[in-house]
Design a binder for this molecule. Structure first.
Ligand SMILES: C[S@@+](CC[C@H](N)C(=O)[O-])C[C@H]1O[C@@H](n2cnc3c(N)ncnc32)[C@H](O)[C@@H]1O
Length: 329
């Protein structure tokens, strides 16, 4: 089995697991869980892709934290507030017993400083550009961080929580696309990577729409979308849009596809979204999408659609319309 920063810290005795009881794991998304007792782990996964991958490996995975556990193990996420919220939730369910593992690039040094000021932390074990430490900290000491996780209304008037895409205000690309959408979108519409529902709300203003299917990998974002779109026409799917197989085909797909995994730019992800859009559209179906100008989407669009045109944008974003998907590859 592959050694990890955490398995090395455990082996060296820098941190120790409780002898009995569940271990609630926050922030697991692709980490190798070497050195941990698999049968005692409860993985709390927001991302459907991570959740399915861990499930396939036999782990117990759930979206909501359990009521209690003997330990809260936190793999620090990218966002600082998101990390704080995880510490607060972990401390609340595990009577303040935490183990924290994180990379420097994800701000582990400042998390360590902040937690030491509020609780009783061990010295940090440093390895592979990151740190592992244990901390005993009461939920009361982190109450303000728990509150930050409750979310609220953002600048666009939508409910969001920390950690979801563009939580503070609507993305500029999505704003442009929402303005450019035609009045008639047909009866059946899908929003791939729907986030907290900005584009979807614009779709639902169209009278032609009878059903809108929002497909989103982040459970937190999808929960926000549910709250933002109390409309019987909206249906919500916690699913990987690149593998989603609906029961029928759509008149229109709208999307502002992702092109990052973590910090890494992965334009192939947007290309897979285009492929999926073509697969789920009717023969005369239409795709409306927005993308950063530099992203290489035109080739796959021409490969998968008979008609492709740019319908606007600005120096940063391009708005693309494609129609008549060619047969499934
Ligand atoms: C650029 S954001 C657009 C969000 C929303 N449509 C908007 O306009 O605000 C892309 C969204 O895709 C989601 N996402 C990333 N990978 C995904 C996947 N494989 N399947 C479904 N959604 C995914 C992200 O969580 C994010 O909410």
């Amino acid at each position: 089995m592959m050694d990890t920063r955490l398995s090395l810290a455990l082996e060296a005795g820098h941190v120790a697991l409780p002898e009995v009881g569940d271990i609630a794991v926050f922030g697991a998304s692709g980490q190798v869980l070497t050195g941990l007792p698999a049968e005692r782990l409860v993985l709390i996964c927001d991302d459907v892709i991570a959740a399915e991958s861990y499930k396939a490996q036999g782990y117990h995975v759930q979206v909501e934290p359990p009521e209690s556990a003997a330990l809260g193990l936190v793999f620090v996420p990218r966002g600082r507030i998101e990390g704080r919220v995880m510490f607060a939730r972990a401390a609340a369910l595990a009577a303040g017993k935490l183990i924290v593992d994180g990379a420097k690039t994800d701000g582990i040094d400042s998390h360590f400083k902040e937690l030491r000021a509020r609780g009783d932390c061990t010295a940090a074990y440093s390895k592979a550009h990151g740190k592992v430490f244990a901390c005993d900290v009461t939920a009361e000491a982190l109450a303000d961080w728990a509150e930050q996780g409750e979310g609220g209304e953002n600048e666009a008037g939508f409910f969001t929580v920390p950690g979801v895409f563009s939580s503070v205000k609507a993305d500029e690309g999505s704003l442009l696309l929402a303005e450019a959408l035609p009045d008639n979108l047909g009866k059946h519409v899908a929003d791939l990577g729907a986030g907290w529902g900005y584009l979807s709300r614009a779709v639902l203003t169209r009278e032609s729409v009878e059903e809108l299917h929002l497909v989103e990998a982040s459970s937190a974002a999808l929960s926000c979308a549910k709250r933002n779109l109390p409309d019987v026409r909206a249906q919500f799917h916690w699913a990987d849009a690149t593998r989603w197989e609906p029961k029928f085909n759509f008149d229109t797909v709208v999307m502002n596809p992702p092109f990052h995994v973590g910090r890494k730019g992965v334009p192939e992800l947007g290309q897979q979204f285009i492929d999926s859009a073509a697969n789920i559209l009717k023969g005369m179906g239409k795709l409306y999408m927005v993308a950063n100008r530099h992203l290489p989407y035109e080739d796959i669009l021409r490969e998968r659609f008979k008609f492709v045109e740019e319908i606007g944008g600005n120096t940063r974003f391009k708005l693309l319309h494609a129609a008549k998907p060619s047969r499934k590859r």
